[in-house]
Ligand binder design. Sequence first.
Ligand code: AHG
Ligand code: MN
Ligand code: MN
Length: 336
Amino acid sequence: MAEVTVTEHLLFHQKQTPHATGKFTGLLYDLILSGKTISRRINKAGLLDILGGTGEVNVQGENVQKLDDIANRIMIYRMERSGAICAMSSEEEASLIRVGPEFPRGDYILIFDPLDGSSNIDVNVNVGTIFSIHRRPEGRSGEVTLDEVLQPGRNQVAAGYILYGPSTMLVLSTGQGVHGFTLDPGVGEFLLSHPDMTIPEQGKIYSVNEGYSRYWDAATEEAVDWFHHCETKDGGAYSARYVGSLVADFHRTLIYGGIYMYPADTRKPKGKLRLMCEASPLAFLAEQAGGKASNGRERILDIYPDKLHCRTPLFIGSKKDVETVENIFARHNKQA
Ligand code: AHG
Ligand code: MN
Ligand code: MN
């Protein structure tokens, strides 16, 4: 079998992508290295004293797991040395991280969730690192300001995730489709295993935390209920799946199709998921793979973030399944 490494793939695409300079490829290479380092730590999690919480609560009001903290440090350490970045934002850090003058700087802005699904770590269920890359707006120099970072997701130049599962996978888009790479731990290289990933137009799986249904509004209730009663293309029932790690639930949706939903509810009126480090990068991948991502009313990639850690409801996956939800929300909006 002809094995293509991620480095070969990136160099090949660099020739065809106008923004893909050597610096950009270097940035991705450092991201991949961070992912491999995190993967190694996660693989050993049960053997070392790194399971459980740190006892701290992060900016999101959530308990910080030791591995959240480890993954966050690995990312910041490696990426601020990449020479391609001027600023970063991490789910675990309250403020923008500006790359200091002691390091070479570039024009890229990196936004990441160092460890997604970390409440699943202690039970050995898949977790991942999600990343989003923007370019600094044209003509800006000097200290990066917050408004430069608060860009809509459609401006992303690349997005992806590293999934730490039975095997470690990198799923990446630089705006030319979505490609998946699997880590061969023996040689320490990601090899192209899933070229040109596409989401089926309609799926057979719906994914939502139904335990919260008592907090939903009528539109959300109707949307989820639609998947209880509708038929798949083959005339069967939709199946339910919910891992509770967004990155794992999205990965399944990308491959099998269907829909993942994290709606707003009375306890979380803006939803739970973070627009910039979770919803937007996955929306970029979904659209690149022929799927859709919406907050129920609006395309995720068109939303302007008003702050670094703003949240959004998310409906993402197969085009037809997401449109079904949007139609139900539109009807409820008209009635209101
Ligand atoms: P994180 O671990 O980065 O804080 O993200 C957790 C998120 C996401 O991964 C997952 O889909 C969702 O939380 C699950 O939330 P519920 O437990 O409310 O369903
Ligand atoms: Mn997350
Ligand atoms: Mn996280």
